[in-house]
Design a protein around this ligand. Structure first.
Ligand code: PGA
Length: 251
């Protein structure tokens, strides 16, 4: 059995004061949720507030990105060591917005994932096709390339400590959710790829999240798919009530 994971990605939203306000309403709403792991990934300047707010709660905190290396002359970047030191347990890697706007590609995905693991963070590694790729029937090809280049180079020990998020780019922030069937097909494809590289046991244990316009009103149907082990949620994670409804999907 794979324990579901519900992760909120706040992207470039919320100040520290707004972070405090969010957790004040969110924590009581999810206090009794033990069926899933709950993670919030705020912008870096909000991490301190998020750590204070989630201390002694069932909510964990993650970064949205990192740079490899422990420290160095790399203006504007944050290391895994720093994320760990402030109390993060998780980090998102290769979100499609990073791939699209900052040109992140497979070799960086590997380096960032290895750096996250080195500092004891759990990487949530994102893959997913763009609209034109889906429309031209290239979804599997793109997922295979992203998996082979960004994830397959990990050792089995490293691989066992990551989470994969399938996020079709055309579904992110657009209100267009992949149908449960589309999501399941992509997850199954990725799991087969995992089995081919790391074996059946690793494939069975790997958590694969779905991301792309997950909302309180579609989360139940998505989570009913055997292949879907949780969600990476953008827009709907900004509001405490709507993210709590997503976390509490079985109720
Ligand atoms: P969305 O974003 O839920 O707003 O579509 C998902 C994501 O980018 O992780």
């Amino acid at each position: 059995m794979r324990k579901p994971l519900m992760a909120g990605n706040w992207k470039m939203y919320k100040t520290p004061a707004e972070t405090h306000a969010f957790f004040e309403s969110f924590k009581p709403l999810v206090a009794s949720a033990s069926h899933c792991d709950i993670v919030i990934c705020p912008p870096f300047p909000d991490l301190h507030a998020a750590m204070n707010e989630t201390e002694a709660s069932n909510v964990e905190v993650g970064g949205q990105n990192l740079y490899w290396g422990k420290e160095g002359a790399v203006t504007g970047e944050v290391s895994g060591n720093m994320l760990k030191a402030i109390g993060c347990k998780w980090v998102i890697i290769a979100h499609s917005e990073r791939r699209q706007y900052f040109g992140e590609s497979e070799p960086e995905v590997v380096r960032k994932t290895e750096a996250a693991l080195q500092y004891g963070l759990t990487p949530i590694v994102c893959v997913g096709e763009r609209l034109e790729e889906r429309e031209s029937g290239k979804t599997d090809e793109v997922l295979a390339e992203q998996f082979d280049g960004g994830i397959a180079p990990l050792t089995p020990e490293q691989f066992a400590r990551i989470v994969i998020a399938y996020e079709p780019v055309w579904a992110i922030g657009t209100g267009k959710t992949a149908t449960p069937q589309m999501a399941s097909d992509a997850h199954r494809f990725l799991r087969q790829r995992v089995a081919g590289k790391f074996g059946d046991a690793a494939a069975g244990a790997m958590r694969i999240l779905y991301g792309g316009s997950v909302k309180p009103d579609n989360v139940k149907t998505l989570m009913a798919q055997e292949e879907i082990d949780g969600a990476l949620v953008g827009g709907a994670s900004l509001d405490p009530k709507s993210f709590a409804a997503i976390v509490n999907f079985p109720n």
